[in-house]
Ligand binder design. Structure first.
Ligand code: IYR
Length: 221
């Protein structure tokens, strides 16, 4: 059934202001770096909540919002996630990953040790709902699930960065243990762990760069 229509809430800026906003936001985003060393300093829960609210505004296939966020702040839960993730990573780095993959990861200096999973104040585990369920428990087909959850995850990373927090997109592989550990229903699969908090003091990041703009864009006309 077609939804009722309401006026669009839209803000247009004078061109100079638009240019300034775009340039400033670009500069702010270019400062974002994935961090692998976190501080245990507490972060106000309300900030995390607002960032999640911002992420939840993401467009999604048929507006089905096929995501669920589990926010693990409990030290015991974080520890359980760390132990299970490290077990997978040990298998990954200890032989499961093909050499080509390990070579691609070499510049990042990652290994199977994941202390940040316990140190960072928040692990935001993003689940994708492969289908929905109606009141009678019948399956509701979801559309563009991967795209939708990816967009929401990107908006969450952006919101957290904008708020002044660091993040790490962490994808232990396979991630099946997360649904079990966090007692998620059968229609949900773990999509990624977003580690969020302040960076540890004197955090260093790999000297790697983004591709040049001309390489990633083709303007036609
Ligand atoms: N999940 C592993 C490996 C890893 C894979 C990719 I692709 C990365 O960009 C980074 C790491 C780990 O977290 O170490």
């Amino acid at each position: 059934m077609k939804a009722d229509l309401i006026p669009l809430s839209f803000e247009e800026y004078p061109e100079l202001e638009m240019r300034r906003r775009a340039a400033e936001f670009c500069a702010e985003m270019r400062r974002r770096r994935t961090v692998r060393t976190f501080s245990d300093r507490p972060v106000p829960r309300e900030v995390i909540e607002d960032c999640l609210r911002a992420a939840a505004t993401a467009p999604s296939g048929a507006n089905q919002q096929p995501w669920h966020f589990v926010i693990a702040a409990d030290p015991e839960v974080k520890r359980a996630i760390r132990l299970a993730a490290e077990a997978e990573e040990q298998a990954f780095y200890g032989g499961r990953a093909p050499d080509e993959w390990l070579e691609a990861l070499a510049p990042l200096g990652t290994d199977a040790d994941k202390p940040f999973l316990e140190i960072a104040p928040y692990l935001i585990v993003i689940f994708a709902q492969s289908h929905g369920l109606d009141e009678e428990g019948r399956k509701i087909k979801h559309y563009y699930v991967t795209e939708s959850v990816g967009i929401a995850a990107g908006m969450l990373i952006t919101a957290l960065h904008h708020a002044g927090l660091a993040t790490l997109t962490h994808t232990p592989s396979p991630m099946g243990f997360l649904a079990t550990l966090l007692q998620r229903p059968a229609n949900e699969r773990a999509y990624l762990i977003l580690v969020a908090g302040y960076p540890a003091e004197n955090t260093q990041v790999p000297a790697i760069a983004k591709k040049p703009f001309a390489e990633i864009t083709t303007f036609i006309g």
